[in-house]
Write a protein that binds this ligand. Structure first.
Ligand code: BG6
Ligand code: MG
Length: 222
């Protein structure tokens, strides 16, 4: 194992809940739709536009909106989201993540970020983690979003390492599918049943460690 590819939202910081809060507000205020709590899982890891299309399809109102209106609604959601995360600081880094980063770097493991979020560089900076990562894959550069492997492959390519030398960490079903499709062992953070396609699932980021990642990587590659 030479590289660890991290998801951001829901792995490094708990912004998944703010994404959903912003979607709920947009749906209620602009679309007169009440999003059920179960929808949160479905939107995890899904790009901004794809998330909006899923919501419109769910409400059976997709055909009422043209491309410009969809872009405007997505921008409005992002405004709500940016307000939600305005006060993010290093204290919002999830438990165990800073220790994991320290352990990985002590073992010369390269770190990259494979987030679907266009806000990822801004968020990493707010958390004070921007200079800890060797590469940040740009979701605007990849052809297909999660569950396609593209962003994880880009995370490996930016460091010039083959996917077989990497391991990925994700909280979303679409993200686990993306890691596996990229040919990397996948660590899930969350519900073991929901994330059953992962090679290992931890219920909290506090349970992540270099030793765990290394042992999963060895097991999957043996
Ligand atoms: C992912 C989140 O990390 O990024 C999704 O899990 C979100 O919920 C996606 O839709 C895109 O984020 P952004 O910040 O570009 O709207
Ligand atoms: Mg996530």
């Amino acid at each position: 194992m030479k590289e660890c590819v991290f998801d951001l939202d829901g792995v490094i910081t708990d912004t998944a809940k703010y994404h959903f809060a912003a979607w709920k507000k947009l749906a209620a205020d602009q679309l007169t739709l009440q999003l059920p709590a179960e929808f949160e899982t479905e939107l995890k890891g899904i790009s901004r536009i794809d998330s909006l299309i899923r919501i419109l399809n769910w409400g059976k109102i997709r055909e009422h909106y043209n491309d410009q209106q969809i872009a405007d609604l997505a921008a409005q959601k992002n405004d709500y989201y940016l307000k939600e995360i305005a006060n993010l600081t290093a204290s919002d880094i999830l438990p165990g993540i800073t220790t994991l980063i320290n352990q990985l770097q002590e073992h010369d493991i390269q770190l990259s970020l494979a987030s679907a979020s266009k806000n990822a560089p801004f968020i990493l900076k707010k958390l004070g983690l921007d200079d800890r990562f060797d590469a940040i894959a740009d979701p605007a550069k990849v052809a297909h979003s999660k569950p396609a492997p593209d962003i994880f492959l880009e995370g490996a390519a930016e460091i010039n390492l083959p996917p077989a030398e990497c391991i990925g960490i994700e909280d979303a079903v679409a993200g686990i599918q993306a890691i596996k499709a990229a040919g990397m062992p996948a660590i899930g953070v969350g519900d073991p049943h929901e994330l059953r396609q992962a090679d290992e699932v931890v219920t909290s980021t506090a349970k992540l460690s270099f030793v765990l990642l290394e042992s999963v990587w060895r097991r999957v590659n043996s």
